[in-house]
Design a protein around this ligand. Sequence first.
Ligand SMILES: *Cc1c(COP(=O)(O)O)cnc(C)c1O
Length: 411
Amino acid sequence: MVRAGVIESVTATAPNGGQLGITVHAVLDSLASPGLSPRLRAFLDERAPATPCLVVDLEVVRTNYRALRAALPEAAIFYAVKANPAPEVVAALVAEGSSFDVASTGEVDLCLAQGASPESLSYGNPIKKAADIAHAHARGVRRFTFDSDGDLANLAEHAPGSQVWCRFLVDAPDSGTPFGRKFGCSPRMALRLLARAADLGLDVRGACFHVGSQHTDPAAWTAGIAQAAWISRGLAEAGVRTTSLNLGGGFPTGYRDPAPPADVHAAAIRAAVAEHFDTAPELVIEPGRAIAATAGVIRAEVVLVSRKDDADEHRWVYLDIGRYSGLAETENEYIAYRLSTRHPATPDGPVIIAGPTCDGDDVIYQHTAYRLPTALRAGDHVDILDAGAYTASYSSVSFNGFPPLPTLFVG
Ligand SMILES: *Cc1c(COP(=O)(O)O)cnc(C)c1O
């Protein structure tokens, strides 16, 4: 039985007629949906904003921040701005006392404009230009992360004496949205680079790593913490004392599939630190998703419901939002959002959900089995729940603070 607001598993039939070996969750009935807060619902009902739009409840941002702080009080929180760089979100977190993980000069300036102090900013992107470092340093930023000789040399020159962390690459294959090998060097190289950083007059703080975003396995922290402790011991032997460990982000959000709560991750972190470090380092975490995701709902509209053949069981539901206008994280169907409509959850039927553009890749869910009410029609709203992180920032003209690609014309 499917009850309103309750997620249940059923077996799905694949578009090709075969059985899918994955679970399907009933679509939430919006009348009783636990995912859409009464405040968001009231806002949507009263304002009836044009779609698609993201609506963020700042009270939920504050609640999520406080929950993480309570779960891991020994860690300093640096909100990863890229998850949702809305000035209102940053300002709300400044008021909470949060610090910020920034990745570009645009994000540095954004946070400062919202009242963040330069000391509360950490430039966590190891890929940056010398000019970006100089810009941040001139604005008072003194915390930087690097993972290469080139960036380290630039830091020594353009941010002399700054506090530095070296990012190493931890093996974390289970991340929902993995980073691959783009960031971080081997632990052995991190050890060499941090020793060199000390020689260059930088204030060596320690190692950092990121298990990958939407990491649902609490054990993921263990390997990284063990490797960080190995780096710390090696540095101590070389006469370089480290005092800090930056654990990055990765704290997951429950989308269609539930995720372990923050205190489960906190317990895993605490146990691994106790096991591998003789003296507990000062901990830093850089949550993005865990602070912003559940604060937001995207209201979208059905553009068209159709079938590819009159005999097809599957309907295609085209929304006015897609892969390129906010649902970037549905690439490879990594993130399976919960959906809510005004119709009762049943009767329902299998659907393939797609975006509105003329791009063949702009299909949101075709392998992940979704069901939507059979009553769903063009013009109906579909609410995409827990969509406050990595949506507007991907579709906005300035993801991560990098300005949009300019268009040039010839002739
Ligand atoms: C993106 C990012 C984060 C935030 O990751 P979440 O999975 O959203 O918590 C933290 N630190 C760094 C360096 C990042 O690039």
